[in-house]
Design a binder for this molecule. Structure first.
Ligand SMILES: *Cc1c(COP(=O)(O)O)cnc(C)c1O
Length: 388
C-alpha cells in the first residue's frame, strides 16, 4: 500500500464528519442503538461494533487502520502505552507451565514482566544472546510457547535475524513477538519476515512530539480479536480518542521526520567518530557495527538512536559533559522533536561506578529534528568542558 495514501487518507471518510479535513475527536464513552437487535449484535461482537470506548472508538479506529497498514498486518490494537502492548501480547499467549525465550535485556518493562509477574503464574523465561540463532535452538524446551525479540535493542543495539528466527519458531510451533520501536514499520517490517506479533511504543516516532504515551500491537485478525476480547477489554488499556487524534496528527509527518532524523544522525555520528575524545560509537548503520550486514539486509533505515563512549574512566567527566550541554536534554525516552541524552552512570550510585562496565560509561543519544550543526555545536560544548 502506498505510504502517502496510508498517512493521508486510509481510514478517513470525511463525508461522515461535515467534510472536515482533520478527523474529529469522538470524545464519548458510549454509543446508542435504535434497535434491540443491533444492541444484541454489539454485545455478541464488540470487536466489530462501536458500543463502549474501552473497546472501539471511531477516532481510534482511523488511527488503528493506518497503523495496521503500516505494519502490513491484518489488524492492530492501540494501547495506552508500549508497556501495555508488551504485557497484552505476552500475557495472551502463555499459560501456567509455559516457557518463554527472550532476547537478552529487552525493554525494562518486558524484563519486569518476565522476571517479576510471570513467575507468579509459573511461566519461566530464558534469556539468550540473540545474535546467534543457535542460542535460540538450544534454549527451546517442549513447553516453549513464545519467543520474544527486540531488534535493534534500544540499549545494546544488538540485532536478531528476524527471518531465521521466524522460520525456526514456525517449525517448532512457537509464537514470535517483536518489539519494533527502534525502526518503526517504515524501516523494518517484522511481519513480512514471518514474525507473528509486532509491537512498538507509539510514544516514540509514531506520535513523535513528546506529548503522548501509547503503544501498538499488530498481527492477524484472529489473534488481535482474541487479545481484544480478553486482555484489552479486561485491563482497559486502550488509548483515548484525544491521544489517538494527536497520533494521527503525528503520523502525517512520520516519513519526513524519519528522513530528516536519519540524515542528521549520519552527520552527528560522523562528527563523533572523528572526535578524539570519543572511544567508540554503536550505531547499526555505521560500517564498523559488528552486525552491519544484517542491519542493511533487514532494515531499510536507522534513525536517531545510538550510543557512544567518551575516552575517560572518570564518572565526573561524563557528568560534566552531560551537564554542559545546553540544547540536548538529559531525559528518558526518544522519538520526539528534541535531541536527548541518557548517561548510563545515572543508573548507578557514584560509588558503584565501574569504568570497566561498559553500560556505566555508555551515553545513549537520540537525535531530534534540530539542525545537525546545532546539535554538533552543543556536543562540542560538552567536549570543551572536559578538555584537559
Ligand atoms: C519506550 C519503549 C517501550 C515502552 O513504551 P512506552 O510507550 O514507554 O510504554 C518499549 N520498547 C522500547 C524499545 C521502548 O523504547
Amino acid at each position: 500500500m502506498d505510504l502517502s495514501y496510508i498517512l493521508n487518507e486510509l481510514g478517513e471518510d470525511r463525508e461522515l464528519y461535515f467534510n472536515s479535513v482533520a478527523p474529529p475527536i469522538i470524545q464519548t464513552s458510549n454509543f446508542a442503538f435504535k434497535k434491540v437487535d443491533e444492541m444484541r449484535k454489539a454485545f455478541q461482537d464488540e470487536y466489530s461494533t462501536f458500543l463502549y470506548s474501552r473497546g472501539l472508538n471511531p477516532t481510534v479506529k482511523i488511527l488503528s487502520e493506518k497503523l495496521a497498514a503500516l505494519d502490513g498486518a491484518e489488524d492492530c490494537l492501540v494501547f495506552n502505552s508500549g508497556a501495555g502492548a508488551i504485557f497484552a501480547a505476552v500475557f495472551a499467549n502463555v499459560k501456567s507451565g509455559d516457557h518463554i525465550i527472550s532476547v537478552d535485556k529487552p525493554y525494562t518493562w518486558a524484563q519486569k514482566l518476565f522476571n517479576v509477574i510471570l513467575p507468579r503464574f509459573n511461566v519461566t523465561t530464558t534469556y539468550v544472546d540473540g545474535r546467534d540463532i543457535e542460542n535460540f535452538k538450544n534454549a527451546i524446551q517442549s513447553n516453549t510457547s513464545v519467543i520474544y525479540l527486540e531488534t535493534p535493542n534500544s540499549w545494546s543495539f544488538y540485532l536478531q535475524d528476524l527471518k531465521e528466527i521466524a522460520n525456526l519458531a514456525k517449525e517448532k510451533n512457537i509464537l514470535t513477538i517483536c518489539d519494533n520501536s527502534y525502526c518503526t514499520p517504515l524501516y523494518q517490517r517484522p511481519i513480512e519476515y514471518g514474525i507473528d506479533l509486532v509491537l512498538q511504543s507509539a510514544t516514540k516516532y509514531i506520535n513523535g512530539h513528546s506529548d503522548v504515551i501509547a503503544g501498538v500491537l499488530s498481527g492477524n485478525k484472529a489473534m488481535i480479536k482474541r487479545i481484544f476480547d480478553s486482555e484489552f477489554l479486561n485491563m482497559g488499556i486502550g488509548t483515548t480518542p484525544f491521544n489517538a487524534w494527536l497520533m494521527l496528527r503525528g503520523l502525517r509527518t512520520l516519513d519526513v521526520r524519519l528522513a530528516r532524523i536519519s540524515e542528521t544522525t549520519k552527520k552527528v555520528v560522523a562528527f563523533l567518530k572523528s572526535n578524539e575524545k570519543v572511544e567508540e560509537i554503536i550505531f547499526p548503520f555505521d560500517k564498523d557495527f559488528p552486525q552491519y550486514d544484517l542491519a542493511k539486509k533487514q532494515m531499510q533505515g536507522a534513525c536517531g538512536l545510538f550510543s557512544f563512549f567518551i575516552k575517560t574512566n572518570a564518572i565526573k567527566e561524563i557528568e560534566t559533559f552531560c551537564e554542559n550541554l545546553q540544547h540536548i536534554l538529559m531525559a528518558v525516552s526518544w522519538g520526539g522533536y528534541e535531541s536527548l541524552i541518557i548517561p548510563g552512570c545515572a543508573s548507578v550510585k557514584p560509588e558503584d561506578f565501574d569504568a570497566n562496565t561498559k553500560e556505566h560509561k555508555q551515553l545513549r543519544m537520540y537525535v531530534g529534528l534540530e539542525d545537525a550543526q546545532y546539535i554538533i555545536d552543543d556536543l562540542k560544548r560538552g567536549f570543551e568542558a572536559i578538555k584537559s
